[in-house]
Design a protein around this ligand. Structure first.
Ligand code: FMN
Length: 322
């Protein structure tokens, strides 16, 4: 593998992914990177239809594009999302072009989910406008929700969704499987520190999740978390298939990185997207009509910085050459 391809992949895999499952595989050549879903890393309980997996791949694609622009590599992207194959997209490289500035590239290594308390400090209007302008796709829609009333509606929807999801023991067992202690050596999954847990709590949390129905407590916490964000952002799409999910992921990551470059923190919360009843309620609350809500996250200024979560080695993601 060339140095450049390795650098591209290193930037790519800094992308967020559901439960930090890093559900991607690559087949590479000097002239292309093929991006595959990793079937072994599907979250069969949290992500029954595969939406979150493809949104995660979309985030990765955004990072690959940013790295290629930064290195001055001309590129094109082909999506392969109509069938059931694991191949999701292929990025082709052809020659050189002017290098982009390094703002987004730097933000890919600075960004991380920040699940701490957020300050009561609004995001400036001009920043919100600039973030909205990142969407150039008529098939996608971004709603920035800052009013108390609508945030409270979304918080209630998310809270009920969290209650329903957390009451399912297979969901809790799967989540427990991806939770890690704060001193883990594993290179995937979520260390408890990223969720504000002490070492002791990070050791016992997976056992509690497996055996205790924590749905009421988690529902309450979810309401508080959503209300705590000064801005709640919902990305919706006109269709509801793999290609739209990839594009939602690309837009999501671009917004997170643009926010990061302005020192704005972010935290993704998808209970209301994973739950079908809540998705419909969200559509009504935001007047989305023929748009389907696909992603929800909070933006703001967190009280504390958050730790980075681990990633596997690039070699672990590489498929053998054909
Ligand atoms: C599609 C998707 C869904 C996610 N859903 C949630 C969520 O509901 N709650 C949460 O705390 N984090 C969520 N995350 C954040 C991931 O847990 C996080 O990206 C991952 O653990 C890697 O950590 P990092 O973002 O700090 O790099 C989600 C991320 C993605 C891409």
């Amino acid at each position: 593998m060339s140095k450049e391809i390795k650098l591209l992949l290193e930037c790519g895999v800094r992308a967020p992914s559901s439960h930090n499952s890093q559900p991607w595989l690559f087949r590479v050549d000097e002239k292309y990177i093929e991006i595959y879903a990793d079937p072994k890393r599907r979250l069969s309980e949290a992500d029954r239809d595969g939406r979150m997996l493809f949104v995660s791949l979309g985030c990765l694609i955004a990072n690959l594009k940013i790295a290629a622009d930064f290195l001055g590599l001309s590129h094109s992207l082909a999506y392969y999302t109509s069938g059931t194959s694991d191949l999701a997209a292929r990025m082709n490289f052809f020659g050189e072009k002017k290098k982009a500035n390094g703002d987004y590239f730097r933000a890919t290594s600075e960004r991380r989910s920040n699940r701490n308390q957020y300050k009561n400090r609004p995001i400036p209007e001009d920043v919100i406008r600039a973030l909205k302008d990142l969407n150039r796709d008529e098939g996608l829609r971004i709603d920035f929700v800052t009013s108390y009333k609508t945030r409270a509606q979304i918080a209630d929807i998310s809270s009920r969704a969290m209650g329903r999801i957390m009451s399912r023991s297979p969901f809790r067992r799967e989540l427990a499987h991806w939770l890690r202690t704060n001193i883990t050596r594993k290179k995937d999954g979520m260390p408890g520190s990223g969720h504000g847990m002490s070492l002791l709590v990070s050791c016992i949390a997976p056992h509690i999740l497996r055996h205790v129905d924590v749905s009421k407590v988690e529902a309450k916490k979810e309401r508080k978390r959503i209300m705590n964000f000064p801005a709640v952002v919902v990305i919706s799409s006109r269709g509801n298939h793999r290609q739209q999910w990839l594009k939602v992921g690309e837009l999501l990551e671009m917004i997170l990185l643009a926010a990061q470059s302005k020192s704005i923190d972010s935290a993704i919360r998808v209970a209301s997207i994973e739950d079908q009843i809540a998705r419909e309620e969200l559509r009504q609350a935001l007047g989305l009509r023929n748009f389907e809500p696909q992603m929800l996250f909070g933006l703001g200024y967190a009280e504390k910085t958050a730790p980075h979560s681990p990633r596997r080695r690039i070699e672990d993601y590489i498929l053998p050459a054909r």
